[in-house]
Design a protein around this ligand. Structure first.
Ligand code: FAD
Ligand code: TPP
Ligand code: MG
Length: 574
C-alpha cells in the first residue's frame, strides 16, 4: 500500500528516536493515530486532557533532553495543548506538537471547530507551520523538529486531516545526523578579561541556574578558586545544590536569607546559566558579570557590566587555568555560616509531634525526602508545594525536580509526573500536588490506572488555594475565592483504581508515605496539612517586594495586626 503523509510523519518521528506521542484522539487525527496503531516502535499515550499531553511531553523532554511529542485534534483538541506548550517553551525543552486541522478545503469558512493554529501557537513556539500539501513532507516536519531541538523549545505542525490521508510524495526522512552539540566559548580576549576581573575580586558570589547542568565539577572548582559562595535559582537546584561545599541556598522571596545576603554583599556577582527573574534581588553596587549560552539573555534581569556568550562547561574549562587562588575566605565563611543558621531555622519547622495537629507541610516534605529513592523524580505543583520542594527536597545528582517554574501554571505536577513515569517506568516518581492543583487536572488521575503508571501522589490538603490566600492576606486584601470544599481524595483515588490513604495526624504521615512508596502501583496520600504556614522570605524591603506576587514584607508593614497575628500564630504554636 502507498505510504500516506501520516505514515511518513510517524516514520520520520520514529527514525529520529521518538518513542511515544501523548494526546487525545479525534477525527482530524485519525490518519496519524491509525499509523501509530499499525507499528510497534511508537506508543500512543492516551491522556484525559490535551493539556496533560503537553505537560507530560515537557517532562519527558526535560528529563531526557531529547525531542518529545504531543498531539491534539482540530480546534478545541489542540487549544487544550496551549497552556502546557507555554510551559515547555518557557522551560526551554524540545517539544513538537501536532495540531490537527479541519479539512483543508474548509479553511477560512468558519467551519465546525475551525481555529487558526498558526496564530494561536505563535507565541508559545519558535516555529508553527501549516502543512497544506504532501510535497511539504517531511521537510516542514524536519524544520519543526530541528527548530525545537536546536532552539530548545516548542515547534508546531498544523496538519489537516485530509492532507494526512493523502499519498506521500517522499517515503523517508531527509535528515540523518545526530543532535548537534557544539561547544560555545567566549573569545580568548574575553576569557582574559573575565579572568582579570575575577582575580581582582575578593568577594565574588556565583548565581547559578539550570544552564549549569552537566558542569557540576567545573562549577565547584570555580567556586574553590574564587572562594565564592554559590547561590542557585530554582531551576538550577537539581544541578547545583548537591555535594556542594559552597552552597548557600536559593534567593528570591521563597529563598534562604543566606542566598539573599551572599548576593547583596558581594563585590562581583557572577551569573552563570540563569534567568532568575526577580530584579529586586540583584545587588545595586556590585559589578555584575553574566555568562549565558544565549546572547539575548544577557542583561535581561539586571544591569550587566560584562556579558559573555558561552556554554557553562566550555567557558569554565577555558577560564579555570587562568584563575589565581583567592586567599581571602572571609566572604565565603560568613555566607556559609549564615546558610547554616538559615538551614537550621527551616529544619526546625519540619517537625511533627505525635497527636499534635496540625500537620506541617514542611514535615510532610521532609518525610517524603527521607523516604524517596536515590534517583526519584519529583514534580511539584505551583502553589505552596513549590515552596516546600525548593526548601525541603534534597538533590543528589541523580534525583530530578520538575515544576512549572517559569510559566507558573497550577496543576502541572500530576501531568509532569505522568510524562516522567512513562519515560522511566522503573523509576520512583512522586508528585507533590496541591489540593487545588490536583482538582484542576483530576481527570488524569485515571491515566495512572489506565497506563499502569506507579506514580505516587502526595496531596497537600489545606482546603484552600493557600498560596494565593497568603498573598491576599499579606497584601491587605480580604481573602476571597480561596476556599476549597474538597472531596475525600483518598476515597476518590480508590474509586479510580489508585491506592488511597489519608493522614490526619503527624504520626500517620511516615507510615502512610512509606506504604505508598512501597506499593506496586499508583498511590495517593492525602495529608491534612495546616492551612496557613508563614513562608518567610529573606530580608527584603517593601521597595524590593513591589511587583512580586508574594507581599510578605507588606504584611509586616501594613499594620493589619489581626492578619499578622493570625499568620504568625500557626508558627508560634508549633
Ligand atoms: C510560585 C513560584 C515562586 C518562585 N519563587 C522563586 C524564588 O523565590 N527563587 C527562585 O530562584 N525561583 C523562584 N521561582 C522560579 C522562577 O520563576 C524561575 O523559574 C527560576 O528562578 C529560574 O531558574 P534558572 O535561572 O535556573 O532557570 P532558567 O530560567 O531556565 O534559566 C536558565 C538560563 O541558562 C541558560 N542556559 C541554558 N543552557 C546553558 C548552557 N549550557 N550554558 C550556559 N547557559 C545556559 C539559558 O539560556 C537561560 O538563560 C518561583 C516559581 C514559582 C512558580
Ligand atoms: C492555571 C492557574 N490558575 C491560577 C493560578 C494562580 N494561583 C497560583 S498558586 C494558586 C493556588 C494553588 O492552590 P493549591 O494547588 O491548593 O496549592 P496550595 O497553595 O494551596 O498549597 C493559584 C490559584 C495559577 N498560577 N495558574
Ligand atoms: Mg491548597
Amino acid at each position: 500500500m502507498a505510504m500516506k503523509v501520516a505514515d511518513l510523519l510517524v516514520e520520520v518521528l520514529a527514525e529520529a528516536g521518538v518513542r511515544r506521542i501523548y494526546g487525545v484522539v479525534g477525527d482530524s487525527l485519525n490518519g496519524i493515530t491509525d499509523s501509530i496503531r499499525a507499528r510497534q516502535d511508537l506508543d500512543w499515550i492516551h491522556v484525559r486532557n490535551e493539556e496533560t499531553a503537553a505537560f507530560a511531553a515537557g517532562a519527558e523532554a526535560h528529563l531526557t533532553g531529547k525531542l518529545a511529542v504531543c498531539a491534539g485534534s482540530c480546534g478545541p483538541g489542540n487549544l487544550h495543548l496551549i497552556n502546557g506548550l507555554y510551559d515547555c517553551q518557557r522551560n526551554r525543552v524540545p517539544v513538537l506538537a501536532i495540531a490537527a486541522q479541519i479539512p483543508s478545503p474548509e479553511i477560512g469558512s468558519a467551519y465546525f471547530q475551525e481555529t487558526h493554529p498558526e496564530h494561536l501557537f505563535a507565541q508559545c513556539s519558535h516555529y508553527t507551520e501549516l502543512v497544506s500539501h504532501p510535497e511539504q513532507m517531511p521537510r516542514v516536519l524536519e524544520i519543526a523538529m530541528q527548530t525545537a531541538i536546536s532552539r530548545r523549545g516548542v515547534a508546531v505542525i498544523a496538519l489537516p486531516g485530509d492532507v494526512a490521508l493523502q499519498t506521500a510524495v517522499e517515503d523517508k526522512p531527509r535528515l540523518h545526523f545526530p543532535t548537534p552539540q557544539p561547544s560555545v566559548c567566549p573569545s580568548e580576549d574575553e576569557i582574559n578579561t573575565l579572568a582579570d576581573l575575577l582575580n581582582r575580586s575578593k568577594r565574588t558570589t556565583i548565581l547559578g541556574g539550570a544552564g549549569c547542568a552537566r558542569a557540576h565539577a567545573d562549577l565547584i572548582a570555580l567556586a574553590g578558586k574564587l572562594q565564592a559562595p554559590i547561590v542557585h535559582a530554582l531551576r538550577g537546584k537539581e544541578f547545583i545544590e548537591y555535594e556542594n561545599p559552597f552552597d548557600v541556598g536559593m534567593t528570591g522571596l521563597l529563598g534562604f536569607s543566606s542566598g539573599y545576603h551572599a548576593m547583596m554583599n558581594c563585590d562581583v556577582l557572577l551569573m552563570i546559566g540563569t534567568d532568575f527573574p526577580y530584579q529586586q534581588f540583584f545587588p545595586k553596587d556590585a559589578t555584575i558579570v553574566q555568562i549565558d549560552l544565549r546572547g539575548e539573555q544577557l542583561g535581561r534581569r539586571s544591569k550587566v557590566d560584562y556579558g559573555f556568550i558561552g556554554d557553562t562547561k566550555t567557558t569554565l574549562r577555558s577560564l579555570l587555568p587562568k584563575l589565581e587562588q583567592n586567599q581571602d575566605d572571609e566572604h565565603l565563611s560568613r555566607s556559609l555560616e549564615h546558610y547554616r543558621k538559615a538551614r537550621k531555622g527551616l529544619d526546625d519547622l519540619a517537625v511533627g509531634q505525635p497527636g499534635k495537629k496540625p500537620i506541617h507541610p514542611q514535615f510532610v516534605t521532609r518525610v517524603v525526602d527521607q523516604l524517596a529513592s536515590e534517583d526519584a523524580v519529583f514534580t511539584c505543583d505551583v502553589g505552596t508545594p513549590t515552596i516546600w520542594a525548593a526548601r525541603y527536597l534534597t538533590m543528589n545528582g541523580k534525583r530530578r525536580l520538575l515544576g512549572s517554574f517559569n510559566h507558573g501554571s497550577m496543576a502541572n505536577a500530576l501531568p509532569h509526573a505522568i510524562g516522567a513515569q512513562v519515560t522511566y517506568p522503573g523509576r520512583q516518581v512522586i508528585s507533590l500536588s496541591g489540593d487545588g492543583g490536583l482538582a484542576m487536572g483530576m481527570g488524569d488521575l485515571l491515566t495512572l490506572k489506565q497506563h499502569d503508571l506507579p506514580v505516587k501522589t502526595i496531596v497537600y490538603r489545606n482546603d484552600s488555594l493557600a498560596f494565593v490566600e497568603l498573598e491576599m492576606k499579606a497584601s491587605g486584601f480580604v481573602d476571597f475565592g480561596t476556599d476549597l470544599h474538597n472531596p475525600d481524595f483518598a476515597a476518590m483515588a480508590e474509586g479510580a483504581g489508585v491506592l488511597g490513604l489519608r493522614a490526619e495526624t503527624p504520626e500517620q504521615v511516615e507510615p502512610m508515605i512509606a506504604q505508598a512508596l512501597k506499593h506496586d502501583g499508583p498511590a495517593l496520600v492525602e495529608v491534612l496539612v495546616s492551612r496557613q504556614e508563614l513562608s518567610m522570605p529573606p530580608t527584603i524591603t517593601l521597595e524590593q517586594a513591589k511587583g512580586f506576587g508574594l507581599f510578605m514584607a507588606k504584611a509586616v508593614l501594613s499594620g493589619r495586626g489581626d492578619e499578622i497575628i493570625d499568620l504568625a500564630r500557626v508558627n508560634l504554636l508549633r
